[in-house]
Design a protein around this ligand. Structure first.
Ligand code: ADP
Ligand code: MG
Length: 720
C-alpha cells in the first residue's frame, strides 16, 4: 500500500515511518506496556499511569488537547504595550519575582526567546510550573504586554508546545503545533518523544474500519491520522486527521450500540399485542380534547411497535406539557386489551400519585383496574396491591421504583412505561426484563429535551419518537428575571393572578442534597414569610421532600382542588405535576437551578388557558448563571434551550459514562460533530445489519476494537 500523501508539503511525515512497516493493531498495542520503551523508568511509568497511560496504545492515543496555529502567534519583536498577545518561544531562564503579598502567592519570571527577540513573561502563583520550564523548553504564552521596569508579558496561560523535531528556533514557520496540557510530572517534550517511539515500535497501525467505509467518507487511514495529530504537517492534513479520529470514535460506539440492539432482537422473545380497540377506542373518544397531530403520529408508532413480535424499545421525547401521558395510557390499554399487564413507573411519589389519580379517573368507565404501588404505602395496603399484581387482577400498575423491587411479581407483565426517564439510571430500564418470560415492551418518556445528537447516542439502541407539537391554545410563559429589589413586584403580580381566582407556585431556592435538613428549614422559612407577611389573606401551603407521603398527598389534593392558592414547594414539583389552574410561578434563588430544571419548573404553569407568568428571582453572579436565566427569558422551546444548555455546560457532564453506559468521548464533540455522528451511525448500523456478530474476517479487527472500547461487560455482544 502506498502512503497517502495529503499535504502539499512532500513527505515530511515519512520521518516517523520506518522503512519497512510492521503492521500492528491498536488492540495489539494495548497489550504492550509502556515500560517496554527505552527511557521509561519507574518515575516516568508512574507519571504516565497518573494520566491513565499504561500501554503503547494509550500512549499513541494521548492526543493533544488542541493545535495552535503558529501563524496567529506574534513575534516578540512586534509586541506592543497594552495588547493581548500569544507568543511561542524557548525558555532562556527562569527566576523568582516578588515576595508573597497577602492574598497573592509569589510568582516567577521566565525569559523567552523566539528568534526575533527576548521578553520576560511573568507568571503569578503556579510555582510548580517554574520547575518544568527548564531552558530550551518550547512554550506558548498568552497574556497582556505591559510596561513595568521594561516590557513584560503578564502571562495568563502558559502551555508547553514542545515539538523538538519540527519547531526549530524559528517558530514562525506558519505551522500547527500540538498543545498539551502542562503536566506536573512529565514534560511535553518527553511525552512526545515517547509517542514517537511508540509509533516507531508500532510500525504501521492497522485500520479496523472497512476500506469501503473509508472510501465512502473520504477518510484518511488511522495510521496517518494518528501521526498527523501528534506531528502535524499542514492545516488540511490536520483537519483530515481530526475528522478521521472523530469518525473513528463515533463509529466504534455506534457499532457497539448497533450490535447490542441486534443481539437483543436476535435473542429476545417478544410478544405481539393485537388489541381489538375495545378499551383504546372508548378512551380516546372520551377525552375532553382531540389529540394533536403529533400525539396521533406517536401513538400510531407505539401501536405498530406493540403489534410487532420483537420487543418494543422506544423513547418518546416531548417537551413539557406536550401530552405524553395520554399517549402512554393508550399504549397501556392496548397491552391490557391483549391480556397483559402494564406498568407505569414515575421518578417521584408525588408524580406517581398524580398519574394514579388522573389515569384511574380517565379510565373510570372502562373495565380496567388501576393499582398504585409506592414505597410509602402502609403494610396492609401494599400487601393488597402486591396480591392484585400477582393474581393479574391489576391491569395497570402505577408506582415509583418500588415497582421493580424483588417482592413485586407480575402475572403477565407485557408493557413497561418509564416516565421522565432522565431521572432514572440506564440500568433500571433493564431490570424488568427478569420479571417475565417474554421481554416486556418498553416505552421510556422524557421531557428533558435531549438534543438530537444526544438522543442518537445516549439512547442509541432506542427508537425515538418525538411529540413536536403542543396542544392548541398554549400560551408562551411570560418570563422575567428580577433581582431582590424587584421581588415585591413579582409577588404583586402573583396577587393579581390570585384575585382572578387562579393559583401560583413559589419554588424555594435549591439547597445541596447533602443539606436536606437545611432544605426543609429554608422551605419553612419561605413559607412563614409568604403566609405571614406577603399573603396573610390567602391560603398558602407547603410541600417539600421530607414530608411523609400522606401529608404530601393531602397538600397536593388541596392544591388541585383550589383550597390552597399558593403552594410553596421545593423541587418535588419539578416533574410532571399538572394543575391547570395554576398560572404563575415564582422561582426563588433561580440562579442556582440548572436550565432544564428551570424549564421543567416553568412548565408547571403552561397548561391552563390564561397567559402564564414566571418570575426568576435571583442574583446571578456568574456569566453562566446569567446566560441560563437570559436564555430562559428568551426561549420557550425546550429543544432550543437544551442546545443552549449544552453549549453553556460543555458536554462532559451529559455524556458521563455512568449515565449512559458508554465510554466518554475523547476527541468527538457531539454538538460540533453532529454531521459526522450521523454518517458514522448510518455506516455502523448498516454494517451490523449485514454482519450482526461481525464474524466476517474483514470485520474481526473492528469487533476486537469495539469489544475493548466497551469493556468486558459487553463480552456477550458478539456471541451468536
Ligand atoms: P407532559 O408531556 O408534560 O407529561 P401531560 O401528559 O401531563 O404533559 O399533559 C399536560 C396537560 O395537557 C394535561 O392537563 C393534559 O390533560 C393536557 N393535554 C394533553 N393532550 C392534550 C390535547 N391534545 N389537547 C389539549 N390538552 C391536552
Ligand atoms: Mg409528564
Amino acid at each position: 500500500m502506498a502512503w497517502p500523501t495529503s499535504s502539499g508539503f512532500g513527505e515530511p511525515a515519512a520521518l516517523y515511518r520506518p522503512q519497512l512497516p510492521d503492521r500492528t493493531t491498536l488492540p495489539d498495542l494495548r497489550g504492550q506496556p509502556v515500560t517496554g520503551l527505552p527511557g521509561v523508568g519507574p518515575k516516568i511509568e508512574k507519571a504516565l499511569k497518573d494520566l491513565g497511560i499504561g500501554s503503547l496504545a494509550d500512549l499513541v492515543s494521548h492526543y493533544p488537547s488542541r493545535h495552535e496555529d503558529l501563524s496567529n502567534v506574534k513575534r516578540i519583536s512586534d509586541l506592543r504595550v497594552g495588547e493581548k498577545a500569544t507568543v511561542v518561544g524557548r525558555v532562556v531562564k527562569t527566576k523568582p519575582v516578588g515576595r508573597p503579598v497577602r492574598g497573592r502567592s509569589p510568582g516567577f519570571s521566565v525569559q523567552l526567546y523566539d528568534g526575533t527577540g527576548y521578553i520576560p513573561a511573568v507568571v503569578w502563583g503556579r510555582q510548580w510550573l517554574a520547575g518544568l520550564l527548564v531552558p530550551e523548553t518550547m512554550v506558548l504564552v498568552s497574556g497582556e504586554v505591559q510596561r513595568r521596569y521594561g516590557i513584560q508579558l503578564a502571562a495568563k496561560t502558559v502551555e508547553v508546545v514542545d515539538d523538538p523535531d519540527t519547531v526549530q528556533d524559528n517558530a514562525h514557520a506558519g505551522r500547527f503545533v500540538p498543545v498539551y496540557p502542562v503536566n506536573k510530572n512529565i514534560q511535553a517534550r518527553r511525552m512526545r518523544t515517547l509517542i514517537h517511539r511508540a509509533l516507531d515500535e508500532a510500525g504501521h497501525v492497522l485500520d479496523p474500519l472497512p476500506a469501503e467505509v473509508l472510501f465512502r467518507h473520504n477518510l484518511v487511514s488511522l495510521d496517518e491520522a494518528i501521526r498527523e495529530v501528534h506531528f502535524p504537517t499542514a492545516r488540511p492534513a490536520l483537519r483530515q486527521a481530526l475528522r478521521r479520529l472523530v469518525f473513528h470514535e463515533l463509529f466504534l460506539i455506534q457499532t457497539g450500540l448497533a450490535a447490542r440492539k441486534a443481539r437483543l432482537e436476535r435473542t429476545e422473545a417478544g410478544r405481539s399485542h393485537r388489541g381489538d380497540g375495545s378499551l383504546l377506542n372508548p378512551f380516546i373518544k372520551g377525552l375532553p380534547f382531540g389529540l394533536t397531530g403529533a400525539q396521533e403520529r406517536v401513538m400510531e408508532e407505539l401501536l405498530a411497535d406493540l403489534r410487532a413480535e420483537k420487543p418494543m424499545r422506544r423513547l418518546v421525547q416531548g417537551d413539557v406539557g406536550s401530552g405524553k401521558t395520554v399517549v402512554a395510557v393508550a399504549a397501556l390499554l392496548s397491552a391490557v386489551e391483549s391480556g397483559g399487564q402494564g406498568a407505569l413507573m414515575a421518578p417521584t411519589e408525588v408524580l406517581a400519585e398524580q398519574h394514579y389519580l388522573s389515569v384511574s379517573g380517565a379510565l373510570e368507565n372502562l373495565p380496567v383496574n388501576v393499582v398504585l404501588l409506592t414505597g410509602s404505602q402502609g403494610a396492609a395496603e401494599r400487601r393488597a396491591a402486591l396480591e392484585q399484581v400477582r393474581s393479574g387482577a391489576a391491569h395497570v400498575v402505577i408506582g415509583t421504583h418500588a415497582l421493580i423491587q424483588k417482592a413485586v411479581e407480575f402475572r403477565d407483565l407485557s408493557l413497561v412505561v418509564v416516565d421522565e426517564q432522565h431521572r432514572f439510571g440506564v440500568s433500571q430500564r433493564t431490570v424488568f426484563k427478569e420479571k417475565g418470560a417474554a421481554t416486556p415492551d418498553t416505552l421510556v418518556m422524557t421531557a428533558t429535551p435531549i438534543p438530537r445528537t444526544l438522543s442518537l447516542t445516549l439512547y442509541g439502541d432506542l427508537e425515538v419518537s418525538v411529540i413536536d407539537e403542543l396542544p392548541p391554545g398554549r400560551k408562551p410563559v411570560e418570563t422575567r428575571m428580577v433581582d431582590l429589589s424587584g421581588r415585591d413586584e413579582a409577588y404583586e403580580a402573583v396577587r393579581n393572578e390570585l384575585e382572578e381566582g387562579r393559583q401560583a407556585y413559589v419554588i424555594c431556592p435549591l439547597v445541596e442534597e447533602s443539606e436536606a435538613l437545611e432544605d426543609v428549614r429554608a422551605a419553612e422559612e419561605l413559607f412563614e414569610e409568604l403566609a405571614g407577611e406577603i399573603f396573610p389573606d390567602r391560603r398558602v401551603g407547603l410541600l417539600h421532600g421530607r414530608m411523609k407521603a400522606p401529608e404530601k398527598r393531602e397538600v397536593m389534593a388541596a392544591f388541585r382542588a383550589g383550597e390552597i392558592e399558593v403552594l410553596v414547594a421545593t423541587v418535588v414539583v419539578e416533574v410532571g405535576v399538572d394543575v391547570p389552574n395554576a398560572s404563575a410561578i415564582v422561582i426563588e434563588g433561580a440562579e442556582r437551578f440548572g436550565l432544564s430544571q428551570l424549564h421543567q419548573l416553568r412548565g408547571r404553569v403552561c397548561r391552563g388557558l390564561h397567559p402564564p407568568k414566571c418570575y426568576l428571582v435571583g442574583d446571578p453572579r456568574t456569566d453562566d448563571a446569567r446566560s441560563r436565566l437570559e436564555a430562559l427569558c428568551e426561549l420557550q422551546d425546550g429543544f432550543k434551550l437544551s442546545e443552549v444548555d449544552l453549549t453553556i455546560r460543555g458536554e462532559g457532564t451529559l455524556f458521563g459514562s455512568r449515565q449512559s453506559g458508554m465510554p466518554d468521548l475523547k476527541v468527538a464533540k457531539l454538538l460540533r460533530d453532529i454531521e459526522v455522528l450521523v454518517e458514522a451511525r448510518k455506516e455502523a448500523f448498516g454494517l451490523v445489519a449485514k454482519d450482526p456478530t461481525l464474524k466476517s474476517p474483514v470485520h474481526r479487527p473492528l469487533r476486537r476494537e469495539v469489544r475493548e472500547l466497551l469493556g468486558a461487560n459487553v463480552e456477550w455482544l458478539f456471541r451468536e
